[in-house]
Design a protein around this ligand. Structure first.
Ligand code: ADP
Ligand code: NA
Length: 336
């Protein structure tokens, strides 16, 4: 009984990576076009309140938030087709999050692998916000009654928790007010790995990973990072099964497939039997061709911060038009 509505967000917590582009932004653009055709709304957010769950330098946060907006727009999100805004400009997110803090259980949060990873061993020293992060994320989604949440692999557990929070709220208050949302994890590159360690995710939140490809990298930087990417001495196999024990090789083939809109089988059809000395330059050319127009456009937009601020300010007003009545009704259900 809920109309389809798409929501997703990215943290302005550092330079955007190839992983963010392939796993999230590019999918968002596909959803935008689908929404336009099928008549549903698509809502994409810069989640700055999530970013401050770990320390952010204020000036860096401001710049990264604009850069993320520029990244969205340069990737093809269009403020006349999708709602683009900054989380902190729509206070209903934090207001609903408080209610969800009172619905979610401590044990649910403790099971989150991202909490365990990010808090490390010294959990006593992690922020309360980092612990409560998934309740805010549930609010981000449910304050719009969003039904479809395109995310990368790493966010699956949080979207599942959103379902648990919605279900418990609905149960406790004897209502069917919140939809039970679906994570949508699709596309070739739902988990892009680090170019220097195939067992770690490429992440903007990992400043120690100098090998990561940033969406702001120029052609030389992209090519050099691909040239230096860790691989093994063997030639590429002709079947995907041959990549099973070769995470670094698999990652590069996967990135190629995602950038070229091909399957991994097709990529190996072209490159099976070839050495990395041949594959890497082809991958570098492809990555430069796909990414450098985006980084150029991002750089251009970043010279007009006022324009970016105006776009996201308008987006926030549109977002509030949806969020306000949903929060109001939630308060009413709760007895407030
Ligand atoms: P990060 O881990 O880079 O800080 P976020 O937590 O802000 O990224 O996630 C933003 C979106 O990008 C999410 O949908 C997430 O699943 C996706 N994403 C992040 N890193 C990757 C990756 N390496 N591969 C695929 N998708 C990713
Ligand atoms: Na993440």
């Amino acid at each position: 009984t809920f109309q389809p509505r798409v929501f997703s967000g990215i943290q302005p917590s550092g330079g955007l990576t190839l992983g963010n582009y392939l796993g999230a932004m590019r999918r968002f653009v596909d959803w935008q076009e689908r929404g336009l055709k099928e008549g549903f709304e698509t809502i994409f957010c810069m989640v700055d309140q999530h970013a401050i769950t770990v320390w952010q330098d204020p000036e860096a946060l401001r710049r990264q938030t604009r850069e993320l907006a520029a990244g969205y727009i340069a990737s093809g999100l269009d403020p006349s087709k999708s709602i683009l805004f900054n989380q902190s400009q729509v206070p209903e997110h934090a207001q609903l999050a408080w209610i969800f803090n009172c619905v979610a259980r401590m044990g649910w949060m403790q099971r989150m692998t991202q909490w365990k990873d990010k808090a490390g061993k010294n959990t006593q020293n992690a922020s309360l916000g980092l612990f409560a992060y998934p309740a805010l994320m549930a609010a981000d989604i449910l304050v719009y009654h969003a039904t479809h949440i395109p995310v990368g692999e790493d966010q699956k557990q949080h979207v599942e928790l959103t379902r648990d929070i919605a279900a418990k709220f609905n149960h406790d208050y004897k209502t069917e007010f919140f939809p039970i949302t679906e994570p949508v994890i699709e596309g070739a590159a739902t988990r892009v790995m680090s170019l220097r360690d195939g067992s770690k995710k490429m992440s903007k939140s990992d400043p120690s990973d100098m090998a990561r490809i940033n969406m702001t990298d120029d052609a030389d930087a992209i090519a050099s990072k691909i040239r230096k990417a860790r691989t093994d001495p063997d030639a590429l196999p002709s079947e995907v099964a041959g990549l099973a024990e070769r995470p670094e090789a698999k990652n590069l083939v996967n990135i190629y497939a995602a950038l070229a809109d091909m399957s991994m089988e097709q990529v190996l059809g072209d490159f099976g039997g070839k050495q990395f000395s041949e594959f890497k330059p082809a991958l570098a050319d492809l990555a430069v061709a796909k990414l450098s127009p985006i980084s150029t456009e991002m750089a251009r937009l970043m010279t007009q911060p006022d324009e970016i601020d105006a776009i996201i300010g308008k987006g926030a007003l549109k977002a509030r038009e949806i969020a306000e009545p949903i929060l109001k009704k939630t308060y009413d259900i709760v007895g407030m």
